[in-house]
Write a protein that binds this ligand. Structure first.
Ligand code: ADP
Ligand code: MG
Length: 617
C-alpha cells in the first residue's frame, strides 16, 4: 500500500509529511511530534504552553475560543463556556443524566437515546463539533510552530472508550480537517513513550494508572509480538484532581468559618478560592506547607492535612486497581511495570499508595501530563513507516461499514485497523412491525454511502413483528488474514441469522484507494455537515412520530389549549424539517420536547394511580 498525503494548501501530493500525536484530554489537550533529533516532543507554540485547557468559549458572534483564554469565561459566562466535553463524546443524555449537575452549560435532554447536544448562544453543538474546535486549535498551533501544514494525526482515547466514543473522536478529527490515521488507547501510548512494546520480541504485563483532572482509570495491558492487548480496565469517570481541589476548598471554608450560602452567591470569590486550592495542591507536590491569604481568608494547608483530606479518594483508586487486577486474572506479582499518567499522579501521596499496592516503584521519569501525547507521536512515527526497526502489521486500507438511516455510512472496521480483526455493532428497526432489514455493506471514507464503494447487500428476513426500536440486530464484521470479510446479521430476540462473504480488495487498485482518500479529505467539511443535518432530521422525524402518536393516544389527559399548542409546535418542527438548517430543526425539536415533557409525566402519574387502584391489598 502506497503511503500518501495531501498538502491541502497546494492540493499536491507529498510523500513525507509530519503526523502529529494528539492527547485529547478531559481537562487538558496536547499535540506532539517527532523532532529532527528523532525524539518525541510536545509542541509549545509561541510560548503559549504545552497544555491547552480543553475548554471552548463561544462569544456573541458564535466564534469559538479555545484554551487558557476560554478558561477565563468559566466564571463570567458559564452558560457559553464548555468544559469536560470528552465526558459527553459519543454518549446519550441518559448516560450523563446522573451527573448533569456538574455541567454549568445547557445539555439538551430529548428523552431519547440520541447523542447529547449542547446549547450555547443561539446554536446547538454536538460534542463532536466541540471536540473538533479543540483539535482545530491544536492543529493550528502545530502548523504555526512547525511552519508546515499538518493534516494527519494519531489521537488517543481511554482504553474503556466504546465503539461509538471512538467513532465520535474520529469524526471530530475529520471535522477539524485532520486525517485520523489511528485511534490509540491512552495506556498504550503511555507505554510506547516509555519504549515498552516497541521491541517485537518483548513480552510484558503492565499496569497504567491514570489520574487526571476529573477522571481516573487503570488498565492492565499485555504486550506480545508488538501487539497490545487490554486485559482489564477499571476506574471512575467522576474522580480526579478536581476532587482534591474541592476537598481543600471545603476545608478552608470550615477553617475560616465562611458562610456557605453566601459564598455560593459569590461566583468570583468562589472561583478565586478554587484556583487557590489547586495552587496549594500543586505546591504541596514539592513542599510541605502552603500559606496564602485571599482578602481576610487564610488559605493555609500542610502536607499531612492535605493527605488526610484526599485519602478516601485515593483509596478508591486503589480499590479500582484491585478490581482491574482481579478481572485480568493476574496476581500483583505478574505486573512487570507500573506507569503513572495524568497530572494528579504528581501528588507524592498518590505515588506512595500506588507503589505500596503494586509493590513496585512506578515509572515516573516522563512528565505524567505529557506522556500520552509523546506516545501518540511515536505511534504516528511508526505508522509513517519512519521506524524501520518496527514491523508495520497488515492494515485495512479503507474503512468498512454499512448503510444506516438517510444513506449514511456507519463505519464498523476503521481504516488502518490491523488485520485480522473483528468488530460489531447493534442496530434496531425504525418502523413498527418491520420484519425485514436491508444490510448494505460499503467500503470507503465518505459520510454518504453513495460516495463509497458498495461491496454487497442482503436482507435479514423473518424478524418477528415488534414495535420499532425493540428488535436487537447485531451486525458483526470479521476480516480474516486473507482479506475475506464475513458479515453476519443476527436478531437476538428470535435468533434469525444471515451471513455473507466478500473480498473488499477485489478489483481495488492502489490508484482507486488514493483517489478515495483524497476525496474524503477534500470533502471532509461538507460531508460532516451533511451527516449532521441528516442526523438532526432523523431525530426530528422520530420525535414528530412519537409526539403525534402521543397526542392521539392520550388526548383525554390534555386540555384543548394544550392540544392546540402542541399542534403548533409540531407544525413548526414539520416546517423546519423541510429546510436545510440543522440548528433550526434541533431548536424546534427542543421546544416541542420542553413543551410536552410535563404531559408525559402527567400520563405516567395517571397510569401509576390506575395501576394502584387495580391492586388488591
Ligand atoms: P486530563 O487527562 O483529565 O486532561 P491532566 O492529566 O492534564 O488531565 O491532569 C490535570 C490535573 O492534574 C488537574 O487536576 C491538575 O490540578 C493536576 N495537577 C497538575 N500539576 C499537578 C501537581 N504538580 N501536583 C498535583 N496535581 C497536579
Ligand atoms: Mg489524560
Amino acid at each position: 500500500m502506497a503511503k500518501i498525503s495531501i498538502n491541502l494548501a497546494t492540493g499536491s501530493l507529498q510523500q513525507e509529511e509530519i503526523i502529529v500525536g494528539i492527547d485529547l484530554g478531559t481537562t487538558n489537550s496536547l499535540v506532539a511530534f517527532i523532532n529532527p533529533d528523532k525524539n518525541p516532543q510536545v509542541i509549545n507554540d509561541s510560548g503559549k504552553g504545552l497544555l491547552v485547557p480543553s475548554v471552548v468559549y463561544f462569544n456573541s458572534h458564535n466564534e469559538a475560543i479555545v484554551g487558557n483564554e476560554a478558561k477565563e469565561f468559566l466564571t463570567t459566562d458559564p452558560a457559553n463556556t464548555i468544559f469536560s466535553v470528552k465526558r459527553l463524546l459519543g454518549r446519550s443524555y441518559k448516560d450523563v443524566a446522573e451527573h448533569s449537575d456538574i455541567f454549568s452549560y445547557k445539555i439538551i435532554d430529548d428523552d431519547s437515546d440520541a447523542l447529547v447536544k449542547i446549547h450555547a448562544g443561539d446554536r446547538f453543538y454536538t460534542p463532536i463539533e466541540l471536540s473538533a474546535e479543540i483539535l482545530k486549535e491544536l492543529k493550528a498551533r502545530a502548523e504555526h510552530a512547525l511552519k508546515t501544514p499538518v493534516n494527519r494525526a494519531v489521537i488517543t482515547v481511554p482504553a474503556y472508550f466504546n465503539d461509538s466514543q471512538r467513532q465520535a473522536t474520529r469524526d471530530a478529527g475529520k471535522l477539524a480537517g485532520l486525517d485520523v490515521m489511528r485511534i490509540v488507547n491512552e495506556p498504550t501510548a503511555a507505554s510506547l513513550a516509555y519504549g515498552i512494546g516497541l521491541d517485537p520480541t518483548q513480552q510484558k504485563t503492565i499496569a497504567v494508572y491514570d489520574l487526571g483532572g476529573g477522571t481516573f482509570d487503570v488498565s492492565i495491558l499485555q504486550i506480545q509480538n508488538g501487539i497490545f492487548e487490554v486485559l482489564a480496565t477499571n476506574g471512575n469517570t467522576y474522580l480526579g484532581g478536581d476532587d482534591f481541589d474541592r476537598a481543600i476548598l471545603n476545608y478552608w471554608i470550615e477553617q475560616n468559618k465562611l458562610d456557605k450560602a453566601e459564598l455560593a452567591n459569590n461566583n468570583v470569590l468562589m472561583q478565586t478560592l478554587r484556583l487557590q486550592a489547586e495552587a496549594a495542591k500543586k505546591a504541596l507536590s514539592s513542599q510541605n506547607l502552603y500559606n496564602e491569604q485571599v482578602g481576610e481568608i487564610w488559605c493555609t494547608l500542610d502536607k499531612q492535612t492535605f493527605e488526610k483530606l484526599i485519602a478516601a479518594k485515593v483509596d478508591e483508586t486503589i480499590t479500582a486497581c484491585k478490581n482491574a487486577l482481579q478481572d485480568s486474572g493476574l496476581a500483583v506479582t505478574a505486573i512487570d511495570e507500573v506507569i503513572l499518567v495524568g497530572g494528579s499522579t504528581r501528588t507524592p501521596y498518590v505515588k506512595k499508595q500506588v507503589e505500596a499496592f503494586f509493590g513496585k516503584k512506578p515509572q515516573d521519569n516522563i512528565n505524567p501530563d505529557e506522556v500520552v501525547a509523546l506516545g501518540a507521536a511515536i505511534q504516528a512515527d511508526v505508522l509513517a513507516g519512519n521506524r524501520s526497526d518496527i514491523l508495520l502489521l497488515d492494515v485495512t486500507p479503507l474503512s468498512l461499514g454499512i448503510e444506516t438511516m438517510g444513506g449514511l455510512m456507519d463505519v464498523i472496521i476503521a481504516r488502518n485497523s490491523k488485520v485480522p480483526t473483528k468488530a460489531g455493532r447493534q442496530y434496531t428497526t425504525s418502523i413498527d412491525g418491520q420484519v425485514n432489514m436491508k444490510i448494505a455493506v460499503y467500503q470507503g471514507e465518505r459520510d454518504l454511502v453513495k460516495e463509497n464503494r458498495k461491496l454487497a447487500e442482503f436482507d435479514l428476513k423473518g424478524i418477528p413483528a415488534m414495535p420499532a426500536g425493540l428488535p436487537k440486530v447485531d451486525i458483526n464484521f470479521l476480516l480474516n488474514a486473507d482479506g475475506i470479510l464475513t458479515v453476519q446479521a443476527i436478531e437476538l430476540r428470535s435468533g434469525v441469522k444471515q451471513e455473507i462473504e466478500v473480498k473488499p480488495s477485489y478489483g481495488l487498485t492502489d490508484d482507486t484507494v488514493e483517489k478515495m482518500l483524497i476525496d474524503s479529505i477534500t470533502h471532509a467539511q461538507s460531508d460532516v455537515a451533511q451527516r449532521m443535518l441528516i442526523e438532526a432530521r432523523s431525530e426530528g422525524e422520530q420525535l414528530l412520530y412519537t409526539a403525534e402518536r402521543f397526542v392521539e393516544k392520550h388526548a383525554e389527559h390534555l386540555t384543548q389549549a394544550e392540544i392546540r399548542d402542541t399542534q403548533l409546535y409540531i407544525s413548526a418542527l414539520k416546517n423546519a424539517l423541510t429546510l436545510n438548517d440543522k440548528d433550526l430543526i434541533l431548536k424546534k425539536a427542543d421546544e416541542l420536547n420542553e413543551f410536552t415533557r410535563p404531559f408525559a409525566e402527567r400520563v405516567m402519574d395517571a397510569a401509576i394511580s390506575t395501576a394502584m387502584k387495580g391492586k388488591k391489598i
